[in-house]
Design a protein around this ligand. Structure first.
Ligand code: FEO
Length: 402
């Protein structure tokens, strides 16, 4: 991709990466991504907003030079400093040592350790600070946790253009710059939702604050220039994407307590415990929604949604080679650690030899700062009628504890 004009004096100079299939280790990116970067020109000064992934530096440099020589760039504004945006910064700074680097206070700390440039000088802006480029004023609005604590928006009022970095973006790549040209809208919608869930799902209260900041702008933006995916335009998907974010970030409150019982079972013994624990939970809270879920029989993404929206849960595993089994760890890998602190949880399982699974799961849940109930409930091999009755009582006590 080469440079593309967005509106008067604003150019996209970023990079397309159609081949990326996994982002941040865990996130599938079936439609690749882009590392968007923008040049904003005033009558006297020029600012570059974000850089790009280090791997694409040579082409990135060519894109910038299509708009202006490097020596004409006075400022590099880093709205957010994850290395997909800051990776090329050290190389760029080496070529333009007189450019002033601009970031939030948190961003300035991260940048020192990302670039490892000694005595890196950074101008730290505060919420609401402005920067005059000559006939064009940029305003910085803090937008913490969208996606890191360093994040901020840059607003160019005369051009009705807002730069939001990750916020409202998605991992999606086509040869086009604008949302009015999206060739595969279903793929874009899927990428937008996946990105929201993975990046902003844990920060919904911050998303709502970010949306409020956009609503409070003196005029509604014509363009929202994100740093991944197409530029959002008022005649394209801008308002639709804002609405989707409103919908996804709305607080959800369960009308009745939701207390799922997750388990895996090699020979049906942990499954029997799961059923009795469910009965016990319902004895204590007959109005609760309490179902058992054999983890390997369900879609993992749906189980992740459930474990994060529930009020409490129980999880059971047999012990295999001194540990819980992989499906249980996969389930727990989807726990939203930021919003799950103090959630009540209990652990159970049947074992044959040594029975480490229950303790290991308990340790994991304690590491997530959950309220883990008791010592967990373990049975050796096949549960007797007495064991099953104890399992029921354990489930009941668990449900009475919150
Ligand atoms: Fe695209 Fe949070 O970086």
């Amino acid at each position: 991709m080469s440079a593309v004009k967005i509106t008067e004096g604003i150019y996209a100079v970023g990079i397309n990466n159609p081949n990326m299939r996994v982002f941040d280790i865990i996130m599938k990116t079936d439609s690749g991504t882009s590392y968007n970067s923008y040049l904003v020109r005033g009558n006297e000064k020029t600012a570059l907003i974000e850089t790009c992934h280090e791997a694409f530096f040579p082409q990135y440099l060519e894109n910038i030079k299509e708009v202006c020589p490097l020596e004409e760039i006075d400022y590099i504004i880093m709205n957010h400093n994850e290395p997909d945006h800051s990776g090329a910064l050290a190389k760029l700074m080496a070529l333009m040592p007189n450019a002033q680097l601009i970031a939030s206070q948190a961003g300035s700390i991260y940048l020192k350790n990302i670039t490892n440039i000694e005595n890196l000088e950074i101008h730290r802006v505060k919420d609401g600070d402005t920067l005059d480029l000559g006939g064009r004023v940029l305003t910085f609005f803090f937008a913490p946790n969208l996606h890191w604590p360093d994040s901020m928006f840059t607003w160019v009022e005369d051009a009705k253009t807002l730069f939001t970095c990750d916020f409202l973006g998605c991992h999606y790549c086509e040869p086009y710059t604008f949302d009015t040209c999206i060739a595969y809208p279903k793929a874009y919608d899927a990428a937008l939702e996946l990105y929201y869930g993975a990046i902003f799902g844990p920060f919904s209260s911050f998303v709502r604050k970010g949306l409020e900041k956009i609503k409070a702008l003196p005029v509604h933006p014509d363009f929202i220039c994100t740093s991944h995916g197409p530029v959002l335009t008022k005649n394209g998907k801008l308002n639709e994407v804002l609405s989707r974010y409103e919908e996804w970030s709305a607080p959800s409150v369960n009308k009745i307590p939701v207390i799922p019982v997750f388990y895996t079972s090699a020979y049906g013994n942990t499954a029997k415990l799961a059923e009795k624990i469910r009965e016990g939970i319902l004895e204590a809270k007959p109005y609760a929604e309490c179902e058992t879920y054999d983890i390997i029989e369900h879609d993992m993404a749906q189980l992740h949604t459930l474990i994060n929206r529930c009020n409490a849960f129980a999880v059971g595993s047999p012990t295999l080679n001194r540990d819980a089994v992989a499906p249980v760890w996969n389930l727990l890998a989807g726990v939203d650690a930021i919003n799950s602190a103090r959630k009540p949880a209990m652990v159970f399982g049947s074992f044959g030899w040594t029975g480490e699974a229950v303790g290991n799961i308990q340790a994991r849940l304690q590491g997530l700062k959950m309220n883990v109930f008791g010592e967990g409930f373990k049975v050796n091999f096949v549960p007797t009628e007495e064991d099953l009755e104890k399992a029921k009582e354990y489930g009941k006590s668990f449900a009475q504890s919150f």
